[in-house]
Design a protein around this ligand. Structure first.
Ligand code: DAH
Length: 374
């Protein structure tokens, strides 16, 4: 019996010959050096270091050598592979550095280049006015409330002491909502929120507690044609205070504070007797012209008040007992004052806007003049 076959086929292991190994290393180094980017380097790596590369083949063939030859061939192939690996790593980091430098250069942004000019939007002076009014009232510790714009006739008229045949119901030009028997209108004023607030119940059905101090800015509707001083959709702010012992003096003090906060220190109000079904006594409220401080003597001397010295702004009064009763409040124990005034009018006066069209049209060039107040 012959022993184990220690013969090997010199043809098969020619890959292990020093010249072959050196040639493989030289070819690898040359290919790596020739790679001009990372993708070419990847191809070169597969060809010279991959499973089918000459050095991988040589490595596999070490196993076929007789033990005596293995160590030497192993050393040679190992050194060659290390050399190739090192050259690859070096070229890899060179090409990565090139790529990074190129990306940095390509993605450079010139922050000094001019950009296309874009105008910013602007908040509408009405939004600014509503927020200003809210700030003034919350600053006095009042609540801000709101109510629906499509309102029950009962809240808009009846609960405010305007019975169906009351002539004052004709004072306001109402948009009625179809069908007529639904009893719905587009609210003609913010006053219905007075009654809504007083009748409000919390989640457990309990009536809200008195006192109540509430301001209600909101949109209202009347069948007016749009012209320089009218618009069918406009805004009011309503005020309602119900407490023990309230008098006209509290009303006057509140209005003076509101006028001064909106139109400037020293703007005081005056009350003129008037009539509203929901207040008794009732008054029209004027404020002293903030432009001439009430000093104009003729139309030509003040453009804001036209020489009248006082500017009409809204209605007010002590809440009619009938309204308190409709809202379930005992007039023997509590009294209240209320007021309502137009916000478009406040803007027109405060900013000298002559034409209502400017306020309703929504042209940003108009809004932009009121600053970017937040
Ligand atoms: N609601 C009235 C209107 O729109 C304004 C008004 C007058 C409101 C007197 C009030 C008030 O609260 O007491 O014309």
């Amino acid at each position: 019996m012959s022993g184990p076959n220690k013969q090997y086929d010199p043809v098969q292991v020619s890959a292990l010959a020093p010249e072959a190994v050196d040639a493989a290393v030289a070819a690898a180094l040359e290919a790596f050096a020739a790679a001009s980017d990372l993708s070419e380097l990847k191809d070169a790596r597969l060809a010279h270091q991959g499973e089918k590369s000459p050095l991988a083949l040589a490595n596999r063939e070490i196993g076929a050598l007789p033990p005596s030859a293995k160590a030497e061939a192993g050393k040679r192939v190992g050194a060659a592979r290390a050399r190739v690996g090192q050259a690859l790593a070096q070229r890899q980091s060179e090409l990565e550095a090139d790529r990074d430098a190129r990306i940095l250069a390509e993605e450079t942004i010139d922050v000094t280049l001019p950009t296309p000019y874009r105008t910013l939007g602007a908040r509408h002076p009405l939004s600014l006015m509503i927020e200003r009014v809210q700030d003034i009232f919350t600053g006095m510790g009042w609540e801000i409330a709101e109510g629906p714009e499509i309102e029950a006739e009962w809240y808009n008229f009846d609960a405010l002491n305007l019975a169906p045949d009351h002539p004052a119901r004709q004072m306001q030009d109402t948009f009625f909502v179809d069908p007529p028997k639904a009893g719905l209108v587009l609210r003609t004023h913010t006053s219905p929120v007075q009654v809504r607030t007083l009748l409000q119940r919390d989640a457990s059905g309990l009536r809200r507690e008195l006192p109540v101090y509430v301001a209600v800015p909101g949109r209202v509707f009347r069948t007016d044609e749009l012209d320089a001083t009218h618009t069918p959709v406009f805004h009011q702010v309503e005020g309602l205070a119900v407490d023990r012992g309230l008098t006209m003096a509290h009303l006057k003090g509140t209005l003076d504070h509101l006028a001064a906060a909106l139109f400037g220190e020293g703007t005081v109000t005056r009350l003129r007797p008037s009539y509203f079904p929901f207040t008794e006594p009732s008054a029209e409220m004027d404020f002293l012209c903030f432009a001439c401080h009430g000093e104009a003597t003729a139309a030509a001397t003040c453009r804001t008040c036209g020489g009248t010295r006082w500017i009409e702004w809204g209605g007010c009064g002590m809440v009619n007992h009938a309204v308190l009763r409709a809202a379930g409040v005992d007039p023997q124990e509590y009294s209240g004052f209320a007021f309502g005034m137009g916000l478009e009018r406040a803007i027109m006066l405060r900013h000298g806007v002559a034409d209502m069209h400017d306020i309703v049209e929504g042209d940003v060039r108009f809004s932009a003049q009121f600053g970017m107040g937040l």
